[in-house]
Design a protein around this ligand. Structure first.
Ligand SMILES: Nc1ncnc2c1ncn2[C@@H]1O[C@H](COP(=O)(O)OP(=O)(O)OP(=O)(O)O)[C@@H](O)[C@H]1O
Length: 265
């Protein structure tokens, strides 16, 4: 068995306000292999972003530990890059400058100026944005902003890429293009990815495993589905693939049954 790369060990999280305690996550344990693409799916409010933020080091777990290559995660770091749903580019900088800022921060001591420029351009080219590199965020579309956000995250050469509904705010066609691009980039760079999504097709298309969370409060991992579809994956061919159809049905069934449970509660 491949060695564990990212390890989430018995993580719990409660938020307390005054006398009220909201127990969000309960006993979450998960191991992610290097180069693996794992999606987290679950109903709204179950704690997916909270879990991702704990792995990012942005939120502290109430109990439990996250390890990355054996080292405890307790603060944010360049080894874990996050891409949020609402692109968080600096509006006064161009697309190039937004990526270059991250590159300069991480590689100031290890790459020369010329190397940093070359590295920045490489990331921008990876997401097909070279033509718009000198435009500011207000001058490019939502999909383009998200591509620059992904380039900026990749530019830091993180050990883990954390994607919090990265395509959630995009129209269906742009979303499709970006999913394909992320699949190509992952095939090329072998990134370890943890992605939150609400989209069952997206989860099946992109993931090696899908982690399905139960409803909150005290959400747990309900099921983990192995998506054993060969790569590269082609969406049009998958539509009629039995493995794809079965995986999709398994996730839908899980979500539907959980939803029914909420309605009945
Ligand atoms: N900083 C915080 N302080 C207090 N409560 C919080 C905080 N962050 C999240 N919560 C609560 O934790 C629960 C889980 O929120 P979270 O955003 O992780 O869910 P989610 O599954 O990502 O939701 P969605 O799919 O709608 O984005 C919610 O009840 C939310 O109100």
């Amino acid at each position: 068995m491949a060695k564990s790369f990212l390890k989430i060990e018995q993580v719990e999280k409660s938020f307390t306000r005054g006398a009220m305690t909201n127990e969000v996550l309960k006993d979450i344990s998960l191991e992610v292999r290097e180069g693996e693409f794992v999606s987290i799916i679950g109903h709204s409010g179950c704690g997916k972003s909270t879990l991702l933020n704990i792995v990012a080091g942005l939120t502290q777990a109430t109990k439990g530990v996250v390890f990355l290559e054996g080292k405890v995660v307790d603060e944010p770091g360049p080894d874990r890059a996050v891409v949020f749903q609402n692109h968080s580019l600096l509006p006064w900088l161009t697309a190039y400058e937004n990526v270059a800022l991250a590159v300069d921060k991480v590689f100031a001591k290890t790459k020369s100026r010329a190397e940093r420029h070359e590295w920045t351009m490489r990331q921008i080219e990876l997401v097909n944005m070279a033509h718009a590199k000198d435009r500011r965020p207000s001058e490019i579309s939502g999909g383009m902003k998200q591509r620059i956000g992904i380039a900026r995250a990749l530019a830091m050469q993180p050990k883990v890429l954390l994607l919090d509904e990265p395509f959630g705010a995009l129209d269906a066609l742009t979303r499709t293009h970006l999913q394909d691009q992320v699949m190509q980039i992952q095939a090329e760079l072998n990134n370890t990815v943890m992605m939150i999504t609400h989209d069952v097709d997206e989860a099946v298309l992109l993931s090696d495993r899908i982690v399905m969370m139960t409803n909150g409060p005290s959400a747990r991992i309900g099921e983990v589905l192995e998506v054993a579809l060969a790569r590269p994956r082609k969406r049009l061919e998958l539509v009629s693939d039995r493995g794809y159809i079965a995986a999709r049905a398994a996730v839908l069934k899980f979500l539907y049954e959980r939803h029914r449970f909420v309605e009945a509660a």
